[in-house]
Design a protein around this ligand. Structure first.
Ligand SMILES: Cc1cc2nc3c(=O)[nH]c(=O)nc-3n(C[C@H](O)[C@H](O)[C@H](O)COP(=O)(O)O)c2cc1C
Length: 147
């Protein structure tokens, strides 16, 4: 029986015509056979992280998000830079993973796509190191629209 590899992608922009979303959509056609590729579109619905809510029964949106990531064999994060850092919506989504550790040792690829983006690129890798994600060599791209 064929083993499916499950990749989940997160976008740092929830804008309808977002270039980040387009980049993630376009990755779909590069996925080899046997790879299940899902773009998780619920991060803007996550409540603001609050340790009081991070209980045995967290909000349902958080449960769905964590379950999706725990099923993933690998994760791709693509994000723009906002005010020299990681957009709040994505930072918030990562904060929800501190106690539940879905990214622990998990391969994570990082793509920043912005006018510049180097600050978000560095900050995101620092955030992911705190979550003990396995951000592997070759899985890190800062795609700049002005060069
Ligand atoms: C609120 C805001 C802040 C931004 N701050 C930065 C920034 O600090 N550095 C940068 O390179 N681009 C910055 N940009 C430009 C965006 O990163 C760029 O437009 C990006 O392509 C937006 O991604 P999206 O199309 O997926 O929404 C900012 C854009 C917005 C709306």
């Amino acid at each position: 029986m064929e083993t499916k590899i499950n990749i989940v992608a997160l976008s740092g922009s929830s804008r309808k015509k977002s270039s980040t979303q387009k980049a993630l959509n376009s990755l779909k056609k590069f996925m080899p056979n046997g790879v299940e590729y899902e773009i998780y579109n619920g991060i803007e619905k996550l409540p603001h992280f609050n340790r009081d809510l991070d209980s045995d029964k967290p909000p349902v949106e958080v449960q769905v998000y964590r379950e999706s990531l725990s099923r993933a064999d690998g994760v791709i994060i693509c994000t723009p830079e906002y005010i020299k850092g990681v957009p709040g919506v994505l930072k918030n989504a990562l904060e929800w993973l501190v106690s539940s550790a879905e990214l622990y040792s998990k391969p994570v690829a990082v793509i920043t796509a912005s006018c510049d983006g180097k600050n978000a690129h560095q900050a995101l890798q620092l955030n992911l190191s705190m979550l003990n994600a396995n951000v592997f060599d070759g899985g890190v791209i800062n795609f700049r629209s002005k060069q």
